[in-house]
Design a protein around this ligand. Sequence first.
Ligand SMILES: C[S@@+](CC[C@H](N)C(=O)[O-])C[C@H]1O[C@@H](n2cnc3c(N)ncnc32)[C@H](O)[C@@H]1O
Length: 268
Amino acid sequence: MFKELIKKVGMAVAPELTLELLSARSQKLIIEIEERTGMLAASHKFVAEHGRTVLRGPFQGLRYSERVARERNQVHRLVGSYENELYAWCEEIIERQYPVLLDIGTADGFYAVGFARRMPDTRIIGFDTDRWAREATQELAEENGTGNVEVLSMCSPDWLHRNLEPDTLIFSDCEGYEMVLFNPNLLPGLLECDMVIELHERPAPGVEKAIRERFEGSHDIRMVTYGEHDPAEFPELEVIEPEMRAQAISEGRGGPQNVLFLTRRQAN
Ligand SMILES: C[S@@+](CC[C@H](N)C(=O)[O-])C[C@H]1O[C@@H](n2cnc3c(N)ncnc32)[C@H](O)[C@@H]1O
């Protein structure tokens, strides 16, 4: 309760700093959990056998840096199970070759740099309020020789208001902040863009309904729901102990989660 109050006050007074502090805390927690559960050790085993290059999916061939592969469980991304419900949409985005792609919440840069490799003429702007994530994304861009990725900190309505260009693809996974960002009443430029938005109902109750209502007049809206993946579908996982395989590719969602793909009706 007290923590929630501090967070609320922090977000109202200094949102960027508050998010930076909160994400540093959650990065620390992730590292502790991955070490304690043996997930990191399983990931090292996987990398020792199969390397640190993504094996399948739209970002096949994307190569992780030595540091990120050492610090984080990367098995789900490397084996090609991670959010594979979005693969068809990723290919659609790549085919469409948007001039600008915003990736809001880059984490280690999987999408920002994955798209950058496949869309070399697209200007990719990644945002993350977390320092580790920004450094990891830069490193991934360097490792893969992609010169079309810029990495910024917070994506705010103000930034979008000043910089959003028509025909941009916005790829968003920002932990509930989508409720604030995706409001065409405040940011009419969004009506000229296509958007993939991961929905976070827990921090932003009612967000799916709100976003559908805000864009139902202007966009076609498709939805997928993330589910669990079957380790048996990925033979490379055999290097990991059987009891660790499901956990190594788990995305830790604690339940189904929806993602929307909004494409402008008039432009498609
Ligand atoms: C779950 S992670 C993103 C994972 C990434 N989509 C992936 O699948 O690899 C969410 C990230 O969003 C960042 N974030 C949250 N709100 C943000 C905002 N307004 N601007 C930039 N980054 C934000 C957090 O720091 C966090 O790293």
